[in-house]
Ligand binder design. Structure first.
Ligand SMILES: Nc1ncnc2c1ncn2[C@@H]1O[C@H](COP(=O)(O)OP(=O)(O)OP(=O)(O)O)[C@@H](O)[C@H]1O
Ligand SMILES: [Mg+2]
Length: 261
């Protein structure tokens, strides 16, 4: 349905889908979506519940693969590789394409180990070098000051907002290039939400950030580009400024002004 992506002129496309369709058995969750996504920008995916946002996002790092009945048509390109290609190393793909979920998912281990785990396994880091990576990741995730004296404590003792920033630090420690976020703030209070929003803007200086959100203010505040989905279809895709200030489609206008969804 989207006719032109001229608004992306000058951007380097880091992630792209071509006529992507996704099925779960009989249900078609994503319908023929072609979506180029700009590198080192924040792109928001919005739309009513069940419109296929999470499904779309999960296709980018192959998190749908094991769902019974999952089937995909079309193509995906992420950082110049086809994640569904035969040669693909899934572990490396998921390092390069990190994901943050709606509910924080800290591992049942210390704060330190939550951040260190990936850097140990991917890069074999130990000792001082590992300490440095852990500190840097926690600094970048705006959590260091709150946890620097309690690194040995179980991560599960942190608040929800702290746990979410810890999960972001865990991801950053393995140096991803693309960051997928599926409603990362929906379980958080306004202050924690604000911090994660600031973080998204900061991360987009050197990461491609793709975020699903139900919060229109958030999408308008943090994203450079916004894609509006409905019933699995991409209805409108534009710069966030254009999409929120003067949407071209009636359905987009109705949705962003709260008339449905
Ligand atoms: N594991 C699954 N098995 C079968 N159908 C699924 C599965 N996950 C999602 N679906 C279906 O696919 C469609 C899209 O779901 P999806 O979770 O991608 O929507 P969404 O836009 O992320 O919604 P929400 O805003 O509620 O998170 C829905 O019809 C849903 O019922
Ligand atoms: Mg979802």
């Amino acid at each position: 349905m989207v006719s032109s992506t001229a608004f992306l002129a000058g951007e380097y496309i880091a992630v792209e889908t071509y006529s992507l369709s996704v099925f779960y058995g009989e249900t078609q969750a994503v319908k023929d979506v072609s979506l180029p996504i700009a590198r080192n920008r924040v792109t928001a995916l919005i739309g009513p519940s069940g419109c296929g946002k999470s499904t779309f996002l999960r296709c980018l790092n192959r998190l749908n693969d094991r769902i019974p009945g999952f089937r995909m048509e079309g193509r995906v390109r992420v950082l110049d590789v086809d994640p569904y290609g035969k040669q693909v190393d899934l572990i490396e793909l998921r390092r390069r394409v990190g994901m943050v979920f709606q509910k924080p998912t800290p591992l049942p281990m210390s704060i330190y180990d939550n951040v260190a785990i990936g850097a140990r396994s991917h890069y074999g880091l130990r000792g001082k070098k590992l300490d440095e990576v852990v500190e840097q990741a926690l600094q970048r995730a705006a959590l260091w000051d709150e946890v620097k004296d309690i690194l040995k404590r179980p991560a599960l003792q942190l608040s929800g907002g702290q746990q979410q920033r810890l999960c972001i630090a865990r991801m950053l420690a393995v140096e991803p290039e693309v960051i997928l976020m599926d409603e990362p703030c929906s379980a958080l209070d306004p202050i924690s939400t604000f911090r994660i929003e600031e973080l998204m803007i900061d991360l987009a200086k050197d990461h491609t950030v793709i975020v699903v959100t139900h919060n229109m203010q958030q999408a308008a505040r943090v994203s450079d580009y916004t894609a509006f989905f409905m019933y699995g279809e991409l209805v409108e895709y534009d710069s966030s400024k254009q999409l929120f200030l003067s949407p071209r489609q009636k359905a987009t206008e109705d949705y962003i002004s709260g008339r449905f969804g």
